[in-house]
Design a protein around this ligand. Structure first.
Ligand code: NAP
Length: 340
């Protein structure tokens, strides 16, 4: 009997996840029923939102149950089809989760459109993270020529595109990243005007010096001490698309000092627009335009991206844990199929 390997949530983490919170299992594979396709996973995307799925806290998506397969998007090859739209050998985007094989309803599959760029880009710069940057900037941040845009996690798939979109709009792009190597990449490879290391002891002063005209768009990816340094620099009528708060993902309940009154006061006095969003609220209306606009630029190397590809499904938990503290360098993916 054919089997699939899968990684399940063994226990809900308290604080930072540990390897024991995951379990690798081997289970039998079922064939495709009517309207279904059988898939083998080529690449698995590892994303910060998965930390939220490991928790029971109320969120915009249901948690993964304990002993359930970890959620996630993948690039797969169709190995059997009982649906007229798909043939054996087709390549699709699917929500298989962390497993080597899956059988899914064909209605849940999405096409892979990369305009000749590598398949992996469909999970990164031309996938959900890229669309998050695009929709957050185009619809919410709306940078104008001459303005200053700031983004953290700037070497990752969301932040790297935010900065490049800022430059395309004629704005100044200031990137924040962890460590000298990531900062060099952000400035020299991605073309940001300035890159600042958020681990520097003089981080807040360096950010202020890098933004002499203040900040017009802050694309919020991290929260924590980065937000503390950004808030005093936000200009009147600045925009803050809130995409993620990774600094708090392992400790969402942390109280600390109550900064809410000072924060709300700044928002009021400087007429700051703060808007949280989850990318898929814009998907139906804007995803095609995103691909039409950006896929040719990625294929032509006008938009740069970096990928961090880990080999083997068994290494997914360690890579995921590392991402939450910045050990990834670029879009984090797992090469699941061994013959690629
Ligand atoms: N709203 C949406 O629809 C949506 C969709 C996708 C992603 N997101 C969010 O966008 C953000 C970036 O996602 P991504 O996929 O592009 O991830 P990523 O950049 O590949 O990885 C996360 C990065 O966050 C940085 N980081 C972690 N802890 C930090 C801290 N305490 N302070 C500052 N930086 C920290 C690390 O980079 P450094 O080493 O540079 O610090 C780490 O590499 C995440 O918050 C994610 O949840 C939102």
């Amino acid at each position: 009997m054919k089997t699939s390997r899968q990684i399940v949530l063994a226990s809900r983490p308290i604080g930072e996840p540990i390897l024991q919170d995951f379990r690798l299992e081997e289970v039998p594979i079922s064939g495709a029923g009517d309207g279904e396709v059988a898939l083998r996973t080529l690449y698995l995307s590892l994303d910060p939102y998965m930390r939220g799925r490991m928790s029971e806290a109320k969120s915009y998506a249901a948690p993964v149950p304990v002993n359930g397969v970890m959620d996630g998007e993948t690039i797969c090859e169709v190995t059997e089809s009982k649906h007229s739209n798909y043939r054996v050998g087709d390549i699709v985007r699917a929500r298989t989760g962390w497993r080597t094989h899956a059988t899914l309803s064909a209605d849940t599959l999405k096409p892979v459109k990369t305009n000749g760029a590598p398949l992996t880009t469909a999970l990164g710069v031309l996938g959900m993270p890229g669309f998050t940057a695009y929709s957050g900037m185009k619809l919410l941040g709306q940078p104008k020529s001459g303005e200053t845009v700031v983004v953290a996690a700037a070497s990752g798939p969301v932040g790297s595109l935010v900065g490049q979109l800022a430059k395309m709009a004629g704005a100044r792009a200031v990137g924040i990243a962890g460590g000298a190597e990531k900062c060099a990449h952000v400035k020299d490879e991605l073309g940001f005007d300035v890159a600042i290391d958020h681990r520097s002891s003089s981080f807040a002063a360096e950010l202020e010096a890098a933004c002499p005209q203040g900040i017009d768009v802050y694309f919020e990816n991290v929260g924590g001490h980065v937000w503390d340094a950004v808030l005093p620099l936000l200009n009147r009528f600045s925009r803050v698309p809130v995409s993620g708060l990774i600094a708090n993902y392992n400790d969402p309940e942390s109280a600390g000092a109550d900064k809410l009154p000072a924060t709300m006061s700044a928002i009021l006095r400087r007429s700051i627009l703060v808007r949280g969003f989850i990318n898929y609220e814009f998907e139906n209306e804007h995803y095609d335009a995103f691909l039409a606009e950006l896929a040719p630029k990625v294929a032509a190397d006008e938009i740069k991206y970096r990928e961090d590809i880990v080999d083997g499904l068994e290494h997914a938990p360690g890579a995921f844990i590392g991402m939450l503290s910045g050990k990834n360098f670029g879009k984090l993916l797992v090469k699941v199929a061994q013959d690629l």
